[in-house]
Design a protein around this ligand. Structure first.
Ligand SMILES: NC(=O)c1ccc[n+]([C@@H]2O[C@H](COP(=O)([O-])OP(=O)(O)OC[C@H]3O[C@@H](n4cnc5c(N)ncnc54)[C@H](OP(=O)(O)O)[C@@H]3O)[C@@H](O)[C@H]2O)c1
Length: 334
């Protein structure tokens, strides 16, 4: 067993896209668990668009990562040593243990992963992104059978699950993604009814109108910006716009709001944001349902895995240039 902890710290706040110089890679001695603590070896790190927000100074739903601190991140790993009353060596756990190969925890922030769930699943379809899709769509979007659901970022970790849950709810589902291969994956493998390549559509609003008949009942927004405006232009009466994220705006210091917001008034529509962490008391309910759908083959998932924690500062850029499909993960160690 190694006696060092590989760690990546945030040392500079990014301007625009994050760059490897914003991070420092170093090693620290492996810590010993204190009274009631466990030492966890992290096997996978989740890379999430929200991390870009955590690197920014200012008020948000969670404090920013301090300069010099290990970068925050969701992890899957295994308990190596334990002084904890209920966690034992070999237990597989998910937590927010950060961009590092090992971490100490008091255990109350860890979720024990059931035996049938793999590490990548525990961080993806059955982890934070699956939970985001579940609560965002079902609680905030409230889809009804026969509704038209539009999802942006549809070939990503969250969007791909949103669209498949939408199909299970009896919706007509249209996805928006950035390549032809992603669009084909949505319609040919995931069962979406249609897909729009936003990068090659000369008139995005027209493409959305044609695909949805101009009657979107639920728009699940992962992207913001121009995409949000195009969706707003095509709402049905009583539509629900779910503000899950706005990745097109995360690398900008001055995010722009939608010009077409009066469509909410005209269509008696509702636009509502949410943060998945607020649903923590109900996570188990979602995990049961999502696991069943995955086991029954009703929800398919895909992970893009990059080897080596040292590659995380470079790999995070793939969230923003779209060079990945499904959930983006770092495999730590061998
Ligand atoms: N509210 C919450 O509690 C919560 C929780 C988790 C995630 N989120 C949000 O959910 C969204 C999706 O997160 P995720 O983890 O599932 O990431 P993801 O969708 O797996 O990855 C991001 C995808 O966004 C697309 N994208 C990047 N830049 C874009 C742009 N300028 N315009 C349009 N599309 C762009 C890329 O695909 P293309 O090839 O299609 O461009 C990329 O693959 C993010 O906005 C995230 O912040 C919110």
């Amino acid at each position: 067993m190694t006696d060092t902890n590989l760690q990546i710290r945030l040392v500079r706040r990014p301007t625009g896209l994050p760059s490897p110089e914003d991070f420092e890679i170093g090693e620290a001695p492996l810590p010993d668990p204190g009274e009631g603590e466990v030492l966890v070896a992290n096997h996978y790190l989740s890379l999430d668009p929200a991390m870009r927000g955590w690197m920014k100074e200012g008020r948000s739903y969670i404090p920013p990562v301090e300069l010099g601190d290990v970068m925050r991140g969701g992890t899957y790993g295994e308990v190596l040593r334990s002084n904890h009353p209920t966690l034992a060596p070999g237990d597989r756990v998910v937590g927010m243990l950060g961009w590092q190969s090992h971490a100490l925890s008091k255990g109350d922030d860890l979720y024990r992963v059931p035996p049938e769930v793999t590490g990548p699943q525990a961080l993806g379809v059955l982890g934070m992104t699956g939970l985001t899709a579940y609560f965002g769509l079902l609680d905030v979007g409230r889809p009804q059978e026969g509704d038209t659901l539009l999802v942006s970022g549809a070939a990503g970790a969250t969007g791909s699950v949103v669209g498949q849950i939408g199909k299970l709810m009896g919706c007509k589902v249209i996805g928006v993604a950035g390549t032809e291969a992603k669009c084909a994956w949505l319609t040919e493998e995931l069962g979406f009814d249609g897909a729009i390549n936003y990068r090659t559509s000369p008139d995005l609003t027209k493409a959305v109108y044609q695909a949805t008949g101009g009657k979107i009942d639920v728009y699940f927004d992962n992207v913001g910006g121009e995409m949000l405006d195009s969706a707003l232009a095509c709402l049905n009466r009583g539509a629900r716009v779910v503000v899950c994220g706005a990745i097109s705006q995360y690398n900008s210091d001055s995010a722009t709001g939608p010009a077409n917001y009066l469509s909410l008034l005209v269509n008696r529509a509702r636009m509502e944001g949410f943060i998945v962490f607020d649903y923590a008391p109900r996570y188990d309910e979602a995990r049961v349902e999502l696991s069943r759908w995955v086991q029954e083959g009703k929800i398919k998932h895909r992970e893009e895995i990059v080897d080596g924690l040292r590659n995380a500062p470079q790999a995070i850029l793939r969230l923003f240039d779209g060079n990945k499909q499904g959930k983006l993960l770092i495999r730590i160690g061998s």
